[in-house]
Design a protein around this ligand. Structure first.
Ligand SMILES: Cc1ncc(COP(=O)(O)O)c(C=O)c1O
Length: 468
């Protein structure tokens, strides 16, 4: 085992990782990356098939982002936003506002997805108390299967028992409401015309009805929800679950009608992942808070932003001694290196070449994924733009899932790593999220590594007829 691997095993505690499993094998130690390829300490190459946990946009070592950071390094790496403005953060705020569109015109910078959510939560909480009266106890509604990060506020919004239940005693209470999961629709509407279709027959929008009921019930209790928190178009950690077309518009219309603020968590869906710059733009639903992180810097540096409106901003204006100030901030808020990387990344994202490349990549990605329907252990293939989740099941006819302790997703990802393709499952869902620079040959390799690994690990060799 090489020295770096030994040091890691001796001292590093990895996130979301059972360290007993980790200590059983030699870890892959990444030493460099270029484009969609990562290289380890032995010189082995791997495809970065989940964009380094959903962060990377344009590939590693992008010359323009590297140059922007190097230019900024020659000026200054960091000065505090508590008391001072700085060049790249001001430019970035203006650019983000322009990209997001009205009515979002204020930007609060922080460090990562979780803190972007904390900022939105605290602002929404305080805004509600100021508009409804100081005795109000603002209450939040989020979606079943929600994951919004690992800080206490973000965990309070989360509804994945495996991640969140243990901390119950530390959290504040939020409510959850059904989110659409058409493949496992409890109303038994999951009979698509074709296996890969997103339009479902006979759907009466029962899941939307559930949202409406929840809002009515809360209003009856005399304390309408302060805010509705959601990942637009696609719930990531829930299992890459796309929402059917028009779901977002319908539920946000209901939330608005009940006076709730909208908090859109686009930590994963932002920056072109689902086609538009932001997933909220797909159905024309501007939120009151837009939370961004991961791809903000092209996946280079930890930086986040919470965009909000003039209306919210104004509620925090007052004389010094009124203490209406938003008492929140982080040491590295508005960091110059992060902001420079973000500016360069947005420049690339908005270029014509990048747009054309993404459209071609999406077409290619969608086509290649089709071949996986033939595998008996593939129950569902879900895709929104350049994100896909492939749900592994014991039996595709009955949709019987694998028990989590069977580690089907993990074992398939380990087999993919042996084939030179790196990704991480969410439960039994294998995530493919290619960086935007991924070539057609690399897409083919990602998909064939997945196909071969499913067959090797889960054994089902009898091909099924594509479609139901
Ligand atoms: C939708 C969503 N929100 C928030 C987060 C938390 O982001 P971070 O890990 O940067 O704190 C994540 C992370 O995966 C996410 O997917």
């Amino acid at each position: 085992m090489n020295t770096l691997a030994k040091l890691d095993r001796a001292h590093v505690w990895h996130p979301f990782t059972q360290m007993r499993d980790w200590l059983r094998r030699e870890p892959i130690v990444i030493t460099s990356g270029k484009g969609a390829v990562l290289r380890d300490v032995h010189g082995r190459k791997y495809l970065d098939a989940n964009a380094s946990i959903w962060t990377n946009l344009h590939g590693h070592q992008h010359p323009k982002i590297n140059a922007a950071i190097a230019r900024q390094l020659r000026k200054i790496s960091h000065s505090s936003a508590l008391g001072f403005a700085n060049e790249p953060a001001s430019l970035l705020a203006a650019r983000l506002v322009n990209l997001a569109g009205k009515p979002l015109n204020k930007v609060f910078f922080s460090d990562d997805g979780s803190t972007a959510l904390e900022v939105a939560l605290k602002l929404a909480h305080e805004f509600t108390r100021r508009s409804r009266g100081p005795k109000t106890k603002p209450r939040f509604l989020s979606l079943d299967g929600a994951y919004h990060g690992d800080t206490i506020g973000a965990v309070s919004l989360g509804h994945i028992d495996q991640f969140h239940k243990a901390y119950g005693g530390m959290l504040f209470k939020t409510d959850k409401v059904m989110s659409p999961y058409c493949y496992r629709c409890p109303f038994n509407r999951a009979k698509p015309e074709r296996a890969d279709a997103r339009e479902y027959r006979k759907c009466n929008w029962e899941c939307v009805g559930k949202v409406e009921q929840k809002f009515f019930a809360q209003k009856k209790r005399g304390n309408p929800y302060a805010a509705f928190v959601y990942e637009p178009l696609l719930q990531g950690a829930a299992g890459m679950i796309p929402q059917p077309a028009r779901w977002l518009k319908r539920v946000t219309d209901i939330a608005r009608a009940h006076g709730a603020l909208l908090i859109a968590d686009e930590v994963m869906t932002g920056f072109g992942r689902t086609g538009k710059h932001f997933a909220s733009q797909r159905e024309g639903v501007p939120p009151d808070f837009l939370c961004l992180a991961k791809g903000l810097t092209g996946g280079y540096l930890p930086m986040a932003a919470t965009l909000t409106t003039q209306r919210v901003f104004d509620a925090f204006l007052g004389e010094y001694e009124e203490f209406k100030t938003f008492f929140h901030g982080h040491s590295f808020t508005g960091n110059q290196l992060g902001a420079s990387a973000a500016l360069a990344s947005l420049e690339i994202l908005q270029s014509q070449v990048s747009k054309i490349t993404r459209v071609k990549l999406e077409t290619n990605f969608a086509q290649k994924l089709q071949s996986l329907w033939a595998l008996p252990n593939v129950g569902d293939i879900r895709r929104a733009g350049l994100v896909a989740g492939v749900e592994l099941v014991r039996n595709w006819c009955t949709r019987e899932p694998f028990a989590l302790r069977e580690r089907a997703g993990i074992r398939v990802c380990e087999a993919m790593a042996r084939r030179g393709v790196l990704t991480r499952p969410v439960g039994n869902v294998i995530v493919l999220m290619p960086p935007y620079c991924t070539t057609p040959a690399e897409v083919r390799r990602m998909v064939s590594a997945l196909r071969e690994s499913v067959t090797e690990v889960l054994g089902g060799r009898k091909e099924k007829t594509p479609g139901f």
